[in-house]
Write a protein that binds this ligand. Structure first.
Ligand SMILES: *Cc1c(COP(=O)(O)O)cnc(C)c1O
Length: 480
């Protein structure tokens, strides 16, 4: 059923407010300038509450359904982190409070900087960036400034593998540098021969490489150390897209593998609910050589107090005040509650869950690199034998009928009809089995009752929508 609009529920004279008796002199309303044509709905309070509560229940959310949206790490976020982040001592702290009077908050930030540096194997961390993409942009600017400060101003080309996240080439281009794509090889790794040829061709123009690892195929690059060594040997630096850190926590430190700069997505890996475009944190970490280039300010200990500090060669301020502070509180509490063993268990379970799904689906759904062990996610294809009329979109829509948020579809671009599945560590075996059973049933339907898929969803308030029209000509107002 489509939710009625509030205006449709309106009855003249119905009212949801009760004002106290007038205790000031009554003054007539101005004779002119008031609009009386506004068709505001007249409603009782329960109608309004029910309306908005119903609307909120139409949302698919990690708190209501399984949400295996590849690359997004839609895992359950413990509520205790929200409780901590909404403590009045934090929420009421003015960002201009004197350092001396904000020691608790600043000390939390200092501890988080240190924890993240330790987890990533880096020398220093800036908590400022508001998103992963902003962290990438800052990281590229740091690398550029570092090299230009050394007189290497001819370096302006960044290599980005075709298995990278889309933000990687986008942020590189935004920083004014040139992007060159590196192809993947047959095993889904960076093609080393092609990489070598590009490095030779670019010579002193090579600024560096931006690497998503595990890549968007959910694969750990088997040539990682070789790739990093080749870029370093050619005088370039390596940026790590750390948004997929949920696969590596406690098992591997990217900084020790040779990455020079990397961002974390606190809103994916470390317990901030996301997906609706809310506040995030794309914390950037740097090796000792680049630590002085981090965006300012960081926090540091000065004479026993925690103070704002500015790295000597900083690329500058990229975000107001100290970043999205409540996101930082959630990450800190999450890390402290899990501890080192807990963190490792997170990534182990995330990887095991993804491999379990991959192993139980690969006989029906083609998985281009299904012979390899995946990391925290894998990419299947919605190309089912005996069902030529069914596409990935139909499978995604049909999943909605079973109360499952569809996986990421049609990304990465290098896999036709991609279904990118990331279960995360917070799902039970029962939920994973329900998803497997559902995917197997859908594969069966695709062969026997394909119309059921191509017209799905059937159980949602609205059925198949014209998505292009919804995006291009959104109707955001109930007024016709
Ligand atoms: C989500 C994601 C990003 C970008 O992060 P935002 O916070 O959305 O800007 C970058 N790389 C990968 C691999 C991601 O999954």
């Amino acid at each position: 059923m489509i939710e009625p609009l509030l205006i449709e529920l309106s009855k003249p004279g119905r009212c949801g407010t009760s004002l106290p008796a007038l205790d000031v002199p009554e003054t007539p309303l101005p004779a002119e300038g008031l609009r009386d044509e506004l068709p505001l709905p007249e409603l009782a309070e329960p109608q309004v509450v029910r309306h908005y509560t119903h609307l909120s229940q139409l949302n698919y959310a990690i708190d209501t359904v399984f949400y295996p949206l590849g690359s997004c790490t839609m895992k359950y976020n413990p509520k205790v982190d929200d409780v901590a982040a909404t403590q009045p001592g934090f929420t009421r702290l003015h960002p201009l409070t004197a350092e001396e009077d904000a020691q608790g908050a600043l000390r939390l930030m200092l501890a988080l900087q240190r924890l993240l540096a330790e987890i990533g194997g880096f020398a220093a961390v800036s908590l400022l960036p508001a998103a992963g993409a902003q962290g990438e942009l800052i990281g590229v600017l740091m690398i550029r400034k570092y090299l230009y400060d050394r007189g290497e101003t001819a370096r302006r080309v960044v290599l980005v593998p075709d298995s990278a996240h889309g933000t990687n080439p986008a942020t590189t281009a935004m920083s004014g540098l040139t992007v060159r794509q590196v192809p993947s090889d047959a095993r889904g790794n960076v093609d080393l021969a092609a990489l070598g040829a590009l490095i030779d061709e670019l010579g002193p123009q090579l600024l560096g490489l931006m690497l998503t690892n595990p890549n968007t195929l959910g694969l750990f690059d088997e040539g990682l150390t070789e790739i990093i060594a080749r870029v370093h040997n050619a005088g370039g630096l390596v940026y790590g897209d750390g948004a997929n850190l949920n696969a590596l926590l406690g098992a591997l430190k990217p900084g020790h593998m040779g990455f020079d700069v990397m961002h974390f997505n606190l809103h994916k890996t470390f317990a901030t609910p996301h997906g609706g475009g809310g506040p995030g944190a794309g914390t950037v970490a740097a090796s000792a050589a680049l630590a002085d280039y981090l965006p300012a300010p960081l926090v540091g200990e000065v004479d026993g107090l925690v103070r704002w500090v500015t790295p000597a060669h900083t690329v500058g301020r990229m975000k107001a005040f100290g970043g999205n502070f409540a996101v930082l509180v959630r990450a800190y509490v999450y890390l402290r509650m899990l501890g080192a063993d807990g963190l490792r268990a997170v990534s182990e379970n995330a990887v095991i869950n993804a491999n379990y799904l991959q192993a139980r689906l690969r006989d029906l759904y083609p998985i281009p690199h299904g012979d390899r062990r995946c990391m925290h996610e894998f990419v299947a294809q919605g190309l089912l034998a005996g069902a030529p009329g069914v596409k990935t979109l139909d499978i995604a829509k049909r999943l909605l009928d079973f109360g499952i948020h569809p996986p990421t579809v049609y990304f990465p671009l290098i896999v036709p009809e991609a279904l990118m599945i990331e279960p995360t560590e917070t799902e039970s075996k029962e939920t994973l089995d329900y998803f497997i059973d559902t995917m197997r049933q859908i594969a069966d339907e695709a062969r026997n009752t394909p119309d059921l898929l191509t017209t799905a969803p059937h159980n949602t308030p609205l059925c198949r929508l014209d998505e292009v029209k919804a995006a291009r000509q959104p109707s955001l107002c109930w007024l016709k």
